[in-house]
Ligand binder design. Structure first.
Ligand SMILES: CC(C)(COP(=O)(O)OP(=O)(O)OC[C@H]1O[C@@H](n2cnc3c(N)ncnc32)[C@H](O)[C@@H]1OP(=O)(O)O)[C@@H](O)C(=O)NCCC(=O)NCCS
Length: 167
C-alpha cells in the first residue's frame, strides 16, 4: 500500500485516555511539539481547566498526529498541532486543522488565533492554506532558541472552513 493510500485510512477523532502514552511518544518524535508531561495531558483531557478540543489522527492503535485547541468565549486558540515526521506532507496536518476549526465553529467560536515561530515555514504555509492571515509579530516571544512569534488569525465561517483545499 502506498503512503498516501495508507493516510486515507487514518481517521481524525477525539483524544481518549488510552491514547495518552502514544500521543506523548509522538510528541517526543516531533521536536517542535510541546513536551507536556502526562499530568498536563490528563488535565486537558479531563477538561479541568479551560475547555479544549483535542483531536488525534489515528488508525487502530496508532497515532500519527494531534491538535489541541482551547476555547474562549467567542474565539479559539490553536495551542499545538503536530504530525509524525514519517507521515508529514500527506494531508494529515490539514485534516486535523480543518476538523479543529469545524469543532471550534460549532462550539461558538467566530475566529481562531495562533502563534508560530517566525522560522516555521511549514506550519505557516499550512495555516495560510487554511485561510489564516498574519496579524502581528511578537519579538522574542519564544525561548530555546529565542525567536519572534508570528500571530495569525482566521474567521471561522462555514465557507472558510469548508473551503480548505482537499488533497
Ligand atoms: C506543520 C505540520 C503539522 C504540517 O503537517 P503535515 O501533515 O505535514 O501537513 P499537510 O501534509 O497537511 O500539508 C498541508 C500544507 O502545509 C504546507 N506544508 C506542510 N509541510 C510543509 C513543508 N515542509 N514545507 C512547506 N510547506 C509545507 C503546504 O502548504 C501543504 O500543502 P501541499 O502539500 O498541498 O503543498 C508538520 O510539519 C509538523 O508536525 N511540524 C512540526 C510541529 C509544528 O511545527 N507544529 C506547528 C507549531 S506548534
Amino acid at each position: 500500500m502506498s503512503l498516501p493510500a495508507a493516510a486515507e485510512t487514518i481517521r481524525v477523532r477525539s483524544l481518549e485516555h488510552p491514547d495518552l502514552p502514544l500521543v506523548m511518544a509522538l510528541a517526543q518524535r516531533v521536536p517542535a511539539a510541546p513536551q507536556w508531561p502526562d499530568s498536563v495531558w490528563r488535565q486537558m483531557l479531563e477538561n479541568t481547566g479551560p475547555s479544549r478540543c483535542i483531536l488525534v489522527a489515528a488508525r487502530e492503535q496508532q497515532i500519527f498526529g494531534f491538535c489541541v485547541v482551547v476555547h474562549g468565549v467567542d474565539e479559539a486558540e490553536l495551542e499545538s498541532i503536530a504530525v509524525d515526521p514519517a507521515m508529514q506532507r500527506l494531508g494529515l496536518g490539514r485534516r486535523l486543522l480543518q476538523a479543529a476549526m469545524e469543532a471550534s465553529r460549532h462550539s461558538g467560536a467566530r475566529r481562531m488565533l495562533l502563534e508560530v515561530r517566525a522560522s516555521n515555514q511549514a506550519a505557516q504555509h499550512l495555516y495560510a492554506q487554511a485561510g489564516f492571515r498574519t496579524v502581528g509579530r511578537r519579538p522574542g516571544y519564544y525561548s530555546d532558541p529565542k525567536e519572534d512569534a508570528i500571530c495569525m488569525e482566521c474567521r471561522l465561517d462555514a465557507e472558510t472552513v469548508a473551503g480548505i483545499p482537499a488533497r
